[in-house]
Ligand binder design. Sequence first.
Ligand code: NAD
Length: 433
Amino acid sequence: MPIAAEIRERIAPPTHKASVYDNVVRQFNRAAELMGLADNIRKILGSPMNEITVHFPARMDDGRLEMFTGYRVQHNNTLGPFKGGLRFHPAVDLDEVKALATWMTWKSAITDIPFGGAKGGIELDPAKYSHTELERITRRFTWALGQNIGPEYDIPAPDVNTNAQIMAWILDTYLSSVSPQERGRCMHVVTGKPVGLGGSLGREKATGQGLVYCIEEWAAGRKFDLSKATYTVQGFGNVGSWAGRLLDQHGSRLLAAEDVTGAIVNPEGIDSEELTKYVRENGGVFGFPKASAIDHEAFLSTKADIFIPAALENQVTGKTAAMLDVKLVAEGANGPTDPYGDILLRKAGVDVLPDILANAGGVVVSYFEWLQNKRSEYWDLDEVDCKLHKKIVAAFKRVQSTAREYDVDWRTAAYIVALARLERVYRERGIFP
Ligand code: NAD
């Protein structure tokens, strides 16, 4: 059953477009109230530690200089070095980066890894720049960040529109800024590097893999047969396409996919591997020959068992949640569901695997990459997958038991797990002076 219209009417729709950081604050406050988080710790965790904005020039292929604005927000480093991705997108701004940095703190805490939370990005549309321009922009941004990043201090990774190549340029630029004697000890200044350059096997698929491990646990709990499952994916980039390819290995069927180029559907099923190849060659899902084009509303309304948002924030809202006709929303993206969307999904009995648990596989394997670099080791794929599985299942069970204990939804439970861990550490360390 689609979410009933009368439920939609009972919830006051947002009067203005909430900022993404507002969403984080609401989620945080809800959990902090419920668990009775100590006031002092609530104050500290309620805002990021550092917000860095840099304006820097980069030379274009035609010789002109263009100015760019980049950000790095460091939310918290109580559990370990700041850690989080870099995004290249026209919508990147301080509000969004603050939200993304805060979610990173919670993710590391939930999965029990010794990292804090950070995020960064450049406000630009990468499609408008050549390969060589992107290289110069990336290098100049790295230079502008200077000692605000570092292998034991703040470690970037890929996010939307950034990849292993971008990480390689950041690594090379950063290494040029330290003495030759130090360079061998700084390979872990970024994660998500190319495998030949100190990257970890399994990092590229890690976020999708972690998401599918969560879906497996959810299915086991619900006695739901994944080999008969149908699903839809919004955003067919790194996270979405890997989630699709891994779910297909269970025998699940992708019915519809959407990305920045448009949306497609095929009730008989779409082969995720074939679609990934098509997207790589054509830049998007639009025009995939074995499916028909549909519009955004038809995509969201496609009846399926699982919806995987794996694009941007605020996609499942007070307006769009009512269109979904699914049993589970498994959040590959960060912040795809706003607080109004959350309420509607809860009322309609749709399960939600929240981003800070469901997409934490990326940061977990980033931690493994960081460890391998520090120890000059290379782990094989089985070892990485096995360790990731253990971490994700343990995190899942922590969230599951907390949801039962407090009788709350999974997002709130995930927050409680994270906040309780941070609260414990603050109590043990004390707060200076
Ligand atoms: P990506 O750049 O590889 O893919 C992004 C996808 O989203 C593309 O298919 C793009 O076309 C699509 N998209 C962009 N705008 C859209 C729109 N308005 N409507 C529909 N589709 C749109 O990025 P990614 O690394 O796969 O990241 C996707 C999401 O997952 C982001 O929210 C990111 O923060 C989150 N995430 C990524 C990682 C990681 O390891 N890469 C880890 C955790 C969370």
